[in-house]
Ligand binder design. Structure first.
Ligand code: ZN
Length: 258
């Protein structure tokens, strides 16, 4: 029995320090071998590198989260430089992508400058051969796929994928991976997405500290929740739970070259 897990997307630096310590202390007992730790901005990118130096189970990524005001040119260049400088210690470039929720709040927000920033990160991924972690909600995944295809990016991870079947088909045909969060336990749409996705392209993540509902309501988001995600994937796909554990683990390891 090999019930090992990897949290494929967590904002570890956004937890309070005591919470980070609790999570790290409990990882072994809950069977979680590694955390793909993603940042929001330059300061947070530096923190991923520091965290990874303290604990080798933390696998750092560097990027700029799209659901906020654009980075200044200086900040963007500093992040790109940080990627080049730490290329070998890095697991991925991300979280990068397009602002979806921000556009709901600010309908006049111009997307073109965000696409330009994203293109710089994708170009950097092409140079460094690092995988890209993408925030591309609903139809935004289409324009992100256009860019990935332009630069022939082989390794892209669409985290918390919520798009329709047509976009999912394109993502899967390109050999990219997607991940589901614990909301798969109580959201039919996410269950449907997982059903269409082969285990060779499916990862599990918490996106912690983002809070969840249903059975996770009022609980601190913790990588232990991934066990419930795996149970649900096993039920939806009617595949033995041990096999789901093993294959999702292998998919994550091979995608992130861990
Ligand atoms: Zn995230």
């Amino acid at each position: 029995m090999n019930r090992r897990l990897i949290d494929a997307h967590i904002h570890l630096d956004m937890y309070k320090e005591e919470e980070q310590n609790v999570i790290l202390r409990e990882l072994e007992e809950i069977g979680v071998d590694a955390l793909i730790a993603v940042p929001n901005d330059l300061a947070s990118s530096h923190r991923q590198l520091e965290l990874a130096r303290l604990d080798s189970r933390i696998k750092p990524a560097i990027g700029y989260h799209p659901e906020q005001t654009l980075p200044s040119e200086d900040e963007l260049q500093a992040i790109l430089y940080l990627i080049t400088e730490n290329n070998r210690q890095l697991t991925a470039i991300g979280e990068v992508g397009l602002p979806y929720y921000l556009r709901q709040e600010q309908p006049d927000l111009e997307v073109a400058p965000y696409l330009e920033v994203l293109e710089q990160f994708i170009r950097k991924a092409a140079q460094t051969k690092l995988p890209v972690v993408l925030h591309a909600v609903y139809n935004d995944a289409e324009s992100v796929c256009d860019l990935l295809e332009t630069y022939s990016i082989p390794a892209a991870h669409f985290h918390w994928f919520k798009g329709n079947d047509r976009i999912l088909e394109r993502i899967l045909a390109n050999g990219y991976v997607i991940s589901v969060t614990p909301d798969i336990v109580y959201k039919q749409k996410i269950q449907h997405i997982a059903k269409q996705t082969p285990l060779s392209q499916l990862l599990v993540e918490t996106d912690g500290p983002w809070p969840f509902e249903g059975p996770f309501s009022e609980k601190m988001t913790h990588p232990s929740m991934l066990h419930q995600s795996i149970q649900m994937i096993s039920q939806i796909k009617r595949i033995d739970v041990e096999e789901v554990y093993q294959r999702v683990y292998e998919t994550t390891r091979s995608f992130y070259q861990l």
